[in-house]
Design a protein around this ligand. Structure first.
Ligand code: NAP
Length: 348
């Protein structure tokens, strides 16, 4: 970015899986950071982190932390956002929140810039970043929906452990070592930290991400369903989701089935639409076994799409494989894109 004006930025949850990527992304984008505050819980307060070659001391996040802050990037969990985001707004900051605290709240734009950037301008102090698995799916589907119409989406996810934070990634590391050394596996974090029951993630697959709802879906699945409709402004779109945690560290992969409204659409047309879509990279060639994987997508800001096929029974049905780094486009990069848009459009 070329702006000369600098902005005072606070990163809440700076030591976390998302917070660390937030700092890397601000650096990579040469974001016009003036003063920077790195905030955490009392556990990490006093420890040091480096940004752009300069050392910063972590401070405990309190309501007073937000004095003179222009942009506050929150990724410290929903309860912290619920408590401190309104305080940041009172101090005049614009909050970009990575948690689910405000995503479905009236008056809070829920934004994937490739899909609904103009919603940002309606903010009243808080802008919500969608759930990581929602972001990559809606960015891939919106260009298709705009061009061909869309009646139904059915998604199954294959999600990395880093989506549950640094502790979950550590649990996978420890369990993998234990398993290979023939030891008993101890599970304390996944599928949900603090929930009644825990299952090993190493060499396993857990069909539960976040807590169960009364309708039998998990909260992660309901996030994908409800957030998709809000972001696309499509309350009548049929969306169903099954979310699964798998034992790899980075990137979420998704098998997405969509039914378009237009008749006679070919796979080539679908590929062309996605090839031209912002933020999307098409990697699709069965002849050369070309398709994205969680490893190939890791550390990249784009969303990768491959395995595009026509359904064998429904002529309006298509299957897609969508992969993206959950900590970048799924969290830090989407937040920084929103911050860049706030500045570029003078919506701050
Ligand atoms: N991981 C993802 O792919 C992803 C994607 C989208 C959204 N999110 C959301 O982003 C949030 C953070 O996720 P994460 O994966 O980064 O988790 P994480 O690795 O567990 O990090 C949590 C961060 O929150 C801080 N924190 C915890 N309690 C706090 C408190 N009371 N006050 C201030 N800071 C506190 C921690 O600081 P300490 O060092 O002091 O403990 C740490 O910096 C969650 O709400 C998550 O749902 C995550």
């Amino acid at each position: 970015m070329s702006e000369t004006k600098r902005y005072h930025v606070a990163v809440v949850g700076a030591t976390g899986a998302v917070g660390q990527k937030m700092l890397e992304t601000l650096e990579d984008r040469n974001f016009p950071v003036g003063e920077l505050k790195l905030l955490s819980s009392s556990r990490s307060a006093g420890s040091k982190m480096t940004f752009n070659g300069k050392e910063y001391t972590l401070e405990e996040a309190t309501p007073e932390s937000f004095e003179n802050v222009d942009i506050a990037l929150f990724s410290a969990g929903g309860s912290v956002s619920k408590q401190l985001a309104p305080e940041a707004v009172k101090h005049g900051a614009v909050v970009i929140d990575n948690t689910s605290a405000f995503r479905m709240s009236e008056g809070v734009p829920l934004v994937v810039p490739e899909v609904n950037e103009s919603d940002i301008k309606q903010h009243q102090g808080i802008i919500a970043n969608p759930n990581c698995s929602t972001i990559q799916m809606v960015a891939a589907l919106e260009p298709v929906r705009q061009a061909l119409g869309m009646s139904r989406v059915i998604v199954s996810t294959y999600q990395a452990v880093s989506g549950a934070g640094n502790e979950a990634a550590e649990e996978l590391r420890e369990q993998s070592q234990s398993f290979l050394n023939g030891k008993e596996l101890e599970a304390n974090i996944l599928p949900v930290k603090g929930d009644k029951k825990h299952y090993p993630i190493a060499f396993n697959a857990l069909p539960q991400i976040d807590v169960f709802q009364d309708n039998g879906y998990t909260f992660e699945e309901m996030k994908m369903i409800n957030e998709t409709k809000k972001i696309m402004h499509a309350p009548d779109l049929s969306v169903a989701a099954t979310c699964v945690r798998l034992p790899f560290f980075t990137s979420h992969a998704e098998s997405v089935y969509v039914e378009v409204e237009k008749e006679g659409v070919t796979v080539e047309q679908m590929k062309q639409l996605l090839e031209e879509a912002p933020g999307i990279v098409l990697e699709d060639d069965p002849a050369t076994q070309t398709y994205p994987t969680p490893l190939s997508a890791a550390e990249k800001r784009d969303i990768f799409v491959g395995r595009i096929r026509k359904d064998l029974d429904d002529p309006k049905g298509f299957h897609l494989w969508v992969v993206s780094d959950n900590l970048l486009k799924g969290a830090a990069w989407n937040s920084v894109q929103i911050a860049e848009s706030l500045i570029a459009n003078e919506w701050l």
